[in-house]
Design a protein around this ligand. Structure first.
Ligand SMILES: [Zn+2]
Ligand SMILES: [Zn+2]
Length: 164
């Protein structure tokens, strides 16, 4: 069990988390976004209950906006191009394992062109943080330079809104 505050995992806990990060990196290799390749797995009781990579809606080329420069004067709440890996994983988990989402852990990683995992910066995607919190995911995990950090999802959401 994790703590009530963000915590860098140690020893066995970190080893286990890295195994899930490796699974998320495998999923990220299937990403179709032109700007970044991201993968997410959601884990409950030692099993993956949902997974996702970032891509245009329906994985269809006609829905791609990765390289569109959009400035149309409308209010804009989300400036990203594709379905986020986290959204896809949450939707997948809700479809396949709706009763298991509550209390689960979400592992997120970005990979480079060669499929190697990249270290994450601070939490910033408030769409993902709100959605993860709203569906009852207990912990959001990122792999930082300092190690794998496990954030209680409510704290993750607050930190995502926090100024730099
Ligand atoms: Zn994209
Ligand atoms: Zn996001």
């Amino acid at each position: 069990m994790g703590s009530r505050h963000m915590e860098y995992l140690k020893e066995q806990q970190e080893k286990e988390a890295i195994l899930w990060m490796d699974k998320a990196a495998m999923v990220a290799k299937r990403a179709l976004c032109l700007k970044s390749k991201c993968g997410t797995v959601i884990v409950k009781d030692g099993e993956i209950i949902g997974e996702g990579y970032n891509a245009p809606p329906l994985d269809q080329e006609e829905n791609r906006v990765c390289n569109k420069e959009v400035s149309f004067g409308k209010p804009k709440y989300d400036r990203t191009c594709c379905m986020h890996a986290e959204w896809r994983a949450i939707i997948d988990a809700l479809r396949r394992n709706p009763e298991r989402v509550k209390g689960s852990k979400l592992y997120f990683i970005r990979v480079d062109e060669n499929g190697e995992g990249k270290k994450s910066g601070k939490p910033y995607c408030t769409v993902c943080s709100r959605m993860a919190l709203d569906v009852g995911i207990a912990y959001f995990l990122l792999w930082h330079e300092m190690g794998v950090c496990e954030y209680p999802t409510d704290e993750y959401n607050q930190l995502s809104y926090a100024p730099e």
